[in-house]
Design a protein around this ligand. Structure first.
Ligand code: PBG
Length: 332
């Protein structure tokens, strides 16, 4: 018995026909550009493990903002790298905190550029954890425990102060239980019921955050984040995290990191009807950059393939340090 050959290659013959049947098209509307802002003045400092990504002081960041806006990118994700840290992370919710100041400045310069504020304490705490820490003795040794409900209060204050400064979207990345509900209630009560929450619903305890922690000076000073961030081996748990976020009032669901978790992106896309955000994190950026700088890969082709893959997997929004580069390549 013989079967006829199925001719798949008919639809691949020319660029025109390939374009006609292409299922996924990347556009600049898909991207969010992360932006690191820092205290001080005259700072434009490249992050060693993330070539092409900088720390900006407020007086220097206009240059970066202008480029972002001119490339047609519609949103930035703001990270603060403060001068002073304490046990509570109080500069995270200070009215004159670096994120609050940067937000006001961005909104006054570019009212249409969306400011997404990362809501977390780890860059602002001296111990580097994402919540309040209670240190007690276990078998004669000091042991730090990250407190859940006590941390929520500080996260709510942070979110409200960010909204007050003009943040368009609040993006809590701290992985405390109940952070969406607490922040939603806090925002509503303060008169910000129109401000959406982009929840880092599914955030894994990942080694891919290494370069970011160097960039944001936010590595935990003891222990790790495994008691609040998820185990990379788990997928069903991602459903439970997302279900509770939906119930608590999240407006977006995020998966982070992106590349090693494309099954999770697809799963959330199929299971929920909220927009799905993929965070293409620092380590994913650094790996591609390093190989490109060695001349081992074609950077443009690899980056566009990677981002197209994330969109194909189900991402409606992609947070990526390649946002500017990708926008340039797509605009060519
Ligand atoms: C803070 C936070 C982290 C990232 C974003 N927000 C680091 C962490 O959890 O240690 C990582 C971003 C990246 O790697 O690009 N909670």
């Amino acid at each position: 018995m013989s079967f006829p050959i199925v001719r798949h290659r008919r639809l691949r013959q020319t660029a025109a026909i390939r374009r006609m049947v292409r299922e996924t098209t990347l556009t600049v509307d898909d991207f969010v550009a992360p932006l690191f802002v820092t205290d001080g003045s005259g700072v434009r400092e490249e992050i060693p493990s993330m070539p092409g990504v900088y720390h900006w002081s407020l007086d220097r960041m206009d240059q970066e903002l202008k480029e972002i806006v001119e490339l047609g990118i519609s949103a930035v994700l703001l990270f603060g790298v403060p001068e002073s840290k304490d046990a509570q992370g109080s500069s995270a919710f200070a009215e004159n905190g670096i994120v609050q100041q940067a937000t006001r400045r961005i909104k006054s310069l570019y009212p249409d550029l969306l400011v997404i504020a990362d809501t977390c304490l780890c860059q602002f705490t001296d111990h580097g954890h994402c919540g309040l820490v209670h240190v007690h003795d276990v078998n004669g040794r000091p042991h730090g425990e990250v407190l859940n409900d006590a941390s929520l209060e500080l996260l709510v204050r942070t979110a409200v102060s960010q909204a007050k400064a003009g943040a368009d979207i609040i993006a809590p990345s701290n992985m405390m239980d109940g952070f969406v509900q607490a922040i939603r209630a806090g925002l509503d009560e303060a008169g910000y019921d129109h401000v959406p929450i982009m929840s880092y619903s599914v955030k894994y305890a990942s080694a891919f955050y290494g370069p970011f922690r160097e960039a944001a000076h936010s590595a935990p000073q003891f222990g790790d984040r495994k008691s609040y961030q998820m185990d990379p081996a788990n997928a069903r748990e991602a459903l439970r995290e997302s279900e509770s976020d939906v119930r608590e009032g999240a407006d977006f669901l995020m998966v982070k990191p992106a590349m090693a978790y494309m099954d999770i992106i697809r799963m959330l896309k199929d299971q929920f009807d909220l927009p799905v955000v993929a965070y293409n994190v620092s380590g994913e950026y650094s790996m591609v950059k390093a190989a490109a700088l060695q001349g081992w890969i074609d950077e443009e082709a690899v980056v566009l393939e990677m981002l197209t893959g994330l969109k194909r997997a189900g991402a409606d929004v992609i947070i990526t340090y390649f946002a500017k580069d990708a926008a340039k390549w797509l605009n060519q």
